[in-house]
Design a binder for this molecule. Structure first.
Ligand code: DOR
Ligand code: ZN
Length: 422
């Protein structure tokens, strides 16, 4: 295999970031023994080098909804965005609620190059919990369970209608605790959402945020935390969107509970004011919130309350998004390819550090979901991303590789470009 020498780049790590040469032979990284020459020499002066990123919340739609996206198209999108490991959600068709269905997805994923796709198991009924237990206890599934990064549960319906009732949720928290696997939850309270929705009589898209109000997220998190207190479950809040939810999590963490959370770029970089421009392209669950929430979430990232930034990459076709009544359009936006450029742009404004980006898009998801990815250290085989932090780019949906061909960040000027993944 040809050798590669990458010179003068700045390697970002959780220890200390530093300019170092990197020598790669047979896919193995060496920092100490960088030889003078190699078959390929890359001058990385002015470039940042990260271990390739992890997006721990994506929907790749396969099987069942491949008109929106598929594993191959979305993996290309991920790679273009510097992401080579993703955790994929169970709301496909069929959903990932059985060992057989998980096997089917793992088989498709094994043919996909350049992206390590892990899968969340889904639970909507008691019998799915039995399947989950079998997966994590029976010897015959030792290999298969390595592809499963945890279990996902919905407290209210979203795309794919996977809401679980309270009895199922409680049993799941108990069993997942015994199995020591993380429970990721979509935290919106169904009763509050239903009661809020009936009050809305108009069709404007901005009503989406009123129909799924902040209180809904807060109550859902509180209910889940009461189960964490009872069973000690490892609990992860998906796509946290509110300042209120954040402060509850901050408190629970201080009390020592095993709770982690993630925020999505759309909740960090967009708010309700963007509905005017975006229409239904700004519709997702949980919905866009206020500027103050955005601000609080960014603070949460920097003070360590927020563990991961992950995209909830959820492509739908433009045709579906252009429903006559925007409130009938499906919820969800793509994001895996724009995650890192958006965070680098925040870094260019001193809102976040490169080390923090590494932490929330690599170190923490790697740890929480036990993905077994390596840092850039002597002898590791990790994929690396070269980034030019000073390159200006304008985001255009038509240039992105996701099958859906659009982005809620259309026209946004970002600072930072993925130069390559090795
Ligand atoms: O906006 C969303 N889209 N939220 C979800 O919970 C699901 C996702 C999807 O799959 O479309
Ligand atoms: Zn999601």
């Amino acid at each position: 295999m040809p050798t590669t020498l990458i010179q003068n780049g700045t390697i970002i790590s959780s220890e200390e970031s530093a300019k170092k040469d990197l020598f790669i032979k047979d896919g193995i990284i060496s920092l100490k023994n960088a030889e003078e020459t190699a078959d390929r020499i890359i001058d990385a002066d002015g470039l940042l080098i990260f271990p390739a990123f992890i997006d721990c919340h994506v929907h790749f739609r396969e099987p069942g909804n491949t008109h929106k996206a598929d594993m191959e198209s979305e993996s290309c999108s991920a790679l273009a965005g510097g992401v080579t490991t993703v955790c994929e959600m169970p709301n496909t068709n069929p959903p990932t609620v059985s060992i057989q269905n998980l096997k089917g997805k793992v088989e498709i994923a094994s043919e996909i190059p350049n992206c390590d796709i892990r899968f969340f198991f889904g639970v909507t009924e008691m019998k799915h919990i039995d399947q989950l237990s079998d997966l994590f206890t029976k010897d015959e599934y030792t290999e298969l369970r390595k592809r499963c990064c945890g279990v996902k549960v919905y407290f209210d319906n979203s795309t794919g209608n996977q809401k679980a009732n309270e009895e199922v949720v409680e049993k799941l928290f108990e069993i997942a605790s015994n199995l020591n696997i993380p429970v990721v939850a979509h935290c919106e309270d169904a009763e509050i959402n239903d009661a809020s929705a009936v009050l809305i009589k108009e069709t404007g898209i901005q009503n989406h945020s009123l129909m799924r109000p902040p209180k809904s997220e807060i109550v859902a998190i509180e209910k889940a935390l009461s189960l964490v207190r009872k069973y000690g479950t490892r609990f992860h809040v998906a796509h946290l969107s509110t300042a209120g939810g954040l402060s509850i999590i901050k408190k629970a963490k201080k009390e020592g509970f095993s709770v982690t959370c993630e925020v999505a770029p759309h909740h960090l970089f967009l708010d309700e004011g963007d509905y005017v421009r975006l229409g239904a392209l700004g519709k997702m669950n949980p919905p866009l919130r206020k500027k103050e929430d955005r601000q609080a979430l960014l603070e949460g990232v920097n003070d360590g309350t927020v563990d991961c930034v992950s995209t909830d990459h959820a492509p739908h076709t433009l045709e579906e998004k252009n429903a006559e009544n925007p409130l009938d359009a499906p919820s969800g936006v793509p994001g895996v390819e724009t995650l890192i450029p958006l965070l680098l742009t925040a870094a260019s404004k001193n809102q976040i550090s490169y080390e923090k980006i590494h932490e929330v898009c690599f170190v923490n998801p790697n740890k929480i979901f036990n993905l077994r990815k390596e840092e850039i250290v002597e002898g590791s085989k990790t994929k690396i991303v070269l980034i030019d932090p000073n390159k200006k780019v304008v985001i255009h949906g038509e240039n992105l590789k996701s099958k859906c061909g659009w982005t809620p960040f259309e026209g946004m000027k970002v600072m930072g470009q993925i130069v390559g993944v090795i």
